[in-house]
Design a protein around this ligand. Structure first.
Ligand code: THG
Length: 270
């Protein structure tokens, strides 16, 4: 499972404050903690007004890259901003994101043609976020084909089917799974990703719902997820599910994480 650490995001109040104060120690610690917890990529999202987004992202990227060698996942709503900050990345990472909206693909794809950059592609377009599977798969198809035109192979694309909140759409997980399966049957090497928090919006016990979403989505073939790897419960679900799916030989990761007190209930001994 490819882990994208979500914690360096200006929409989280403590991070917003750290950004405003240019508190590099706070961001540095978030980077170290997520990398130690096993993050493969670190999401960086400024969450500021567009006019200061690029300079904020560049500051975040510099702080993170001084702290760890983990590649970045550059998260922002604005394709031209992402384009502007890309040269500040030490390693090729993930672009978060393109979609069928406006000219995002046309702005970003030419720049990552012959590079190792990967890209998250959201299944929405100028008509918004579709709630049906068919339109999502159509948009995914369009985005993957567009990427191919620029020499970006499907394995460099992570499709994010944009999960809706379960109270708003009772079939939300099922539609996510159907989209995943349809996209993968068309493009076996494409990756499917998701954030965890949308599914539980408006529900009690959000973290429990998120954990179960993660386990089910992993079982159905989700390749990467945007999560808080420092959250003990989430990491417990993730490593348990990996072991159950036969992806952890001798359950070594699971056992090591337990021995190092990274997973499991805080007070229990079994
Ligand atoms: N898809 C894509 N990108 C995304 C999302 C997505 N980027 C933003 C978001 N969704 C994923 N990032 C976050 C970041 C923080 C939180 C939720 C999603 C959050 N954090 C709490 C905190 O840190 O205080 C709690 C974290 C926890 O302990 O679980 O809520 O869907 N492509």
């Amino acid at each position: 499972m490819i882990i994208i650490g979500e914690k360096i995001n200006g929409s989280i109040p403590s991070v917003k404050q750290a950004i405003e104060r240019r508190d590099s120690e706070f961001v540095h610690n978030l980077a170290i903690r997520q990398a130690d917890a096993g993050a493969d990529y670190l999401d960086v999202c400024a969450g500021t007004a567009p006019d200061v987004e690029a300079e904020t992202l560049i500051w975040l990227m510099d702080v993170v890259q001084k702290a760890v060698d983990t590649p970045l996942c550059i998260d922002g709503p604005n394709a031209t901003t992402i384009l502007q900050v890309l040269p500040h990345a030490k390693h090729c990472g993930l672009i978060n994101s393109v979609s069928g909206e406006g000219k995002k693909c046309e702005i970003l794809f030419p720049m990552i043609r012959e590079t190792g950059w990967q890209v998250i592609a959201l299944t929405c377009d100028d008509n918004g976020i579709p709630s049906d599977v068919e339109t999502r798969v159509d948009i995914a198809k369009t985005l993957i084909e567009k990427a191919k035109v620029y020499g970006i192979n499907p394995e460099r694309v992570h499709i994010d089917p944009l999960v809706l909140a379960l109270p708003a759409d009772n079939q939300s997980l099922l539609k996510f799974v159907q989209t995943l399966k349809a996209v993968k049957s068309l493009y076996p090497t494409v990756k499917v990703t998701s954030g965890l928090s949308n599914i539980s919006f408006g529900m009690p016990l959000r973290k429990v719902v998120n954990q179960h979403f993660l386990a089910l989505a992993m079982y159905e073939g989700m390749d990467s997820a945007i999560i808080d790897p420092c959250n003990r419960d989430i990491l417990t679900t993730l490593l348990t599910t990996e072991a159950l799916l036969g992806r952890d030989r001798f359950c070594r990761n699971f056992s090591n994480a337990y021995r190092n007190k990274k997973i499991g209930p805080i007070s229990s001994s079994s």
